[in-house]
Design a protein around this ligand. Structure first.
Ligand SMILES: Cc1cc2nc3c(=O)[nH]c(=O)nc-3n(C[C@H](O)[C@H](O)[C@H](O)COP(=O)(O)OP(=O)(O)OC[C@H]3O[C@@H](n4cnc5c(N)ncnc54)[C@H](O)[C@@H]3O)c2cc1C
Length: 478
């Protein structure tokens, strides 16, 4: 236990007594389960996060209930770790220093939709948000493959983007998040509306610098999405088709997923209802395209000598509740792990314009050990590229690090998914604005303690210029 975060466990009783009416869970096994996410994809995180858990879970349903829990924790100095649906990948909602796990999934009202903008409470599941927005002709711009259970606040607090990022880039692209209403962690909690660009100050920092109550987001037109699997015998043909389809401005689509051999075969084993189509595809490309764009999509497929292995209409998806979305992004990893427990994964970002050469070079070097899985997306600036969720046949931590380094040496960006502190992952450096936001919204440092390196050296960091990033290398080791 880090002395800075020690607190008297008996205080939890006092927090509970001060927030009567709130649904509390204290059963150890349930508390433990609620604080576990999908960090087990990583053998490193599985080891490092073993035994870390909260002391109790609070499930508020109203702002007043949230306020009472927060106020009592702030008065008594009890840590708070915010939870959405716990589908994160890096132990993001796993408390390192105990305290209260604040489960926001019951704080989930849809508020309104109009003119391409929507607003909801942060605990709303993204699938529920879309069910409410679609009758008005709109839907979320990008959703993770966990959209059915994951919350909007969880995507903001711990996610990146997903299906739809091929059009709108990651969630952090200008215009996607328009506003957030946040509550400060103080004995008298304050609520503040942050409008863009400030609205991104709490994005992807694992709930360490603010508690988000509501989000206002830009929406996309809701089309009827056709879902298809295209098979290829040749790696390069599948890759160039994926890129051509992703880049074709006249073909309206929502996602293009490239799965190199042997991933289709692994999924075929794991998913009985897709066994037949995936068994026909050595390399597979999973596509969501607007139904009115089916003809140009098929035209491109034929030009690249692909074979249509599977097709389902939007109506089929609605009727069967089976969507290919749940075989893309990290769901690919999840299903593959069902049949091969020796796999783990890495996350990478290729350089727009060089992405195909980089993919080919790395496939040549690492094929067999690293299984190529690419999602085509736009960068924040709008260029088409791909991000990788490559699976890796795990041998050792050293080899895993070596593989990530080989990617970096090829100019490929790595968002290491085997670390649990904010700066060690996608953020990559200490961000002064993130730390300053924590100073403003969580002056006692009670939110998800231990996860934000910059907080431990806040005096030094806060003296940096606004917007400046402080290199991890210039700071003392942790
Ligand atoms: C199979 C699988 C597939 C996935 N696919 C994708 C994908 O396509 N794209 C993607 O980006 N991610 C993906 N993820 C990661 C994750 O599912 C998403 O980021 C998801 O949006 C997280 O939502 P959640 O409600 O489960 O959040 P949680 O896991 O509960 O929380 C995530 C982080 O956000 C913080 N947080 C939650 N709510 C709030 C709040 N109200 N205020 C402040 N902080 C908060 C938490 O403290 C935590 O640090 C995937 C994960 C898995 C296991």
């Amino acid at each position: 236990m880090n002395a800075a975060y020690e607190f008297d466990k008996a205080l939890i009783e006092q927090v509970m007594a001060a927030s009567t009416g709130v649904d509390w869970i204290t059963d150890e096994a349930r508390v433990d389960r609620l604080g576990r996410d999908f960090a087990w994809f990583s053998p490193v995180l599985l080891r490092e996060l073993a035994g870390k858990r909260a002391d109790a879970v609070a499930r508020p349903r109203t702002e007043d209930e949230v306020r009472r829990v927060v106020s009592a924790c702030a008065r008594l100095g009890v840590p708070i770790t915010v939870r959405g649906s716990a589908t994160g990948n890096y132990g993001q909602c796993t408390p390192i220093h105990g305290g209260v796990l604040l489960d926001m999934s019951g704080y989930n009202q849809f508020l309104w939709v109009r003119d391409g903008i929507g607003r909801a409470q942060s605990g709303i599941r993204m699938g529920d948000f879309d069910d409410r927005a679609r009758p008005a002709g709109w839907e979320l711009r990008c959703v993770p493959s966990t959209f059915r259970s994951a919350t909007l606040g969880g995507l903001y607090g711990g996610g990146f983007g997903g299906v739809g990022s091929i059009n709108f880039g990651p969630l952090a692209s200008t215009g996607n998040v328009l506003g957030v209403r946040a509550m400060s962690i103080e004995p008298e909690p304050q609520t503040v509306e942050l409008r863009a660009p400030e609205a991104l100050l709490m994005h992807h920092v694992y709930g360490t610098n603010g508690l988000v109550l509501e989000m206002e987001v830009g929406l996309a037109p809701a089309h009827a999405w056709l879902e298809a699997i295209v098979g290829f015998d040749d790696f390069d043909a599948a890759l160039t088709f994926s890129d051509a389809l992703a880049s074709a401005p006249g073909v309206v689509k929502k996602s293009v997923t490239f799965l190199a051999s042997p991933i289709p075969a692994l999924l075929a084993q794991a998913v009985p209802h897709l066994n037949a189509p995936l068994s026909q595809a050595k390399h597979a490309v999973l596509v969501l395209a607007a139904e009115f764009s089916e003809a140009p999509f098929l035209q491109l497929m034929r030009e690249h000598r692909g074979t249509l292995c599977h097709r389902q209409s939007a109506q089929d998806v609605a009727r069967t509740k089976r969507t290919l979305v749940e075989y893309t992004w990290n769901h690919t990893t999840l299903h593959a792990l069902k049949v091969d427990k020796g796999l783990t994964y890495i996350q990478s970002g290729f350089v727009a314009g060089q992405h195909l050469q980089q993919v080919r070079a790395l496939e040549k070097l690492l094929s067999g050990e690293v299984l190529m899985h690419l999602e085509f997306i736009r960068t924040k600036e709008g260029a088409m590229t791909c991000s990788g969720l490559q699976m890796v046949r795990y041998q050792s931590d050293e080899r895993l690090n070596e593989i990530m380094q080989i990617h970096r040496d090829h100019g490929v960006y790595i968002a290491n998914p085997h670390v649990w502190r904010v700066e060690d992952g996608k953020q990559g450096s200490i961000n002064r604005d993130v730390v300053a936001t924590k100073q403003r919204f969580d002056p006692q440092g009670l939110l998800n303690p231990g996860k934000l390196r910059g907080w431990a050296v806040k005096e030094q960091v806060l003296h940096a210029q606004p917007g400046e990033e402080v290199s991890l290398a210039t700071l003392p080791s942790f």
